[in-house]
Design a binder for this molecule. Structure first.
Ligand code: 1GP
Length: 247
């Protein structure tokens, strides 16, 4: 089954999905086995790999190492074309639809084609929407775009719907890595109400309560990176129920 079909099936059966985001720049290769063992024992369903400023080849080496220790799907969440590697299962083909920088709407995608054609990666077109969170994020700095105001929820929801009507298969509401304010409940609810495709929410989620709130508001898949980077004991709070824990 493809990764996308798996997400669709989970959405229809109301199964909550959790992706742990691993930034190749923030993990040391010899810690991967330990980190993944914790992750395997948790409710994590996906591993996303990507970062804003990653050296060439680092992603490839990291994904290969992750794959040694887990059977969970590894999905690229690339900050740049250089992060494409055939070692992963799929790639979020992100179009930054909150911004108006043509490079991040279509330019980088054209650049990526020759690399993608040399892989068997499953490509998942994803509308990526950056929402302001209280401080400037790496996405804003690198893409040279402005995030959408979190007070104009109608505009955020219309942007998401436009992405769906353009044929995108996922919408990712992003507050930015380490965000002060994660995407709030009202935004998630109103975006969800307009969409029929799955909704990803990420940025600044650091507690079990915030995670739960995002699901209740309508997130199909939640992404958490920084909270695990800062404190691996967070995995303990998100342990799989005992009878499912086969690792
Ligand atoms: C960032 O949405 C992801 O792109 C995850 O954010 O690192 O704040 O969890 P955090």
């Amino acid at each position: 089954m493809t990764s996308y079909q798996n997400i669709l099936d989970s959405k229809s059966s109301n199964q909550r999905l959790l992706a742990v985001l691993i930034d190749p720049d923030k993990i040391v290769l010899h810690n991967v086995e330990h980190f993944i063992s914790k992750l395997n024992a948790s409710i994590t369903t996906h591993i996303f790999v990507g970062g804003s400023d990653v050296e060439d080849t680092k992603t490839d080496v990291l994904v290969r190492e992750i794959k040694k220790w887990t059977t969970l799907p590894v999905i690229l969440f690339p900050g740049d074309v250089s992060q494409i590697t055939s070692e992963a299962d799929a790639i979020l083909f992100l179009s930054l639809i909150s911004g108006r920088n043509p490079d991040y709407l279509i330019g980088k995608h054209v650049e990526a084609i020759s690399k993608l054609e040399s892989t068997t990666l499953e490509v998942i077109p994803t509308g990526y929407i950056l929402v302001e969170n209280g401080k400037q994020t790496a996405v804003e700095r690198i893409s040279q775009t402005k995030p959408l105001s979190r007070d104009n929820i109608e505009h955020i929801a219309n942007t998401a719907k436009a992405g769906e009507l353009l044929g995108m298969k996922l919408i990712y509401l992003e507050a930015g890595s380490g965000a002060i304010h994660p995407i709030n409940k009202d935004i998630i609810e109103q975006v969800k109400a307009k969409l029929s495709i799955p909704l990803i929410v990420g940025g600044g989620i650091k507690t079990k309560t915030q995670l739960e709130d995002a699901y209740v508001a309508g997130a199909d898949l939640v992404v958490i990176g920084t909270a695990f980077e800062n404190d691996e004991s967070f995995f303990e709070e998100l342990k799989k129920p005992q009878n499912e824990n086969i690792c």
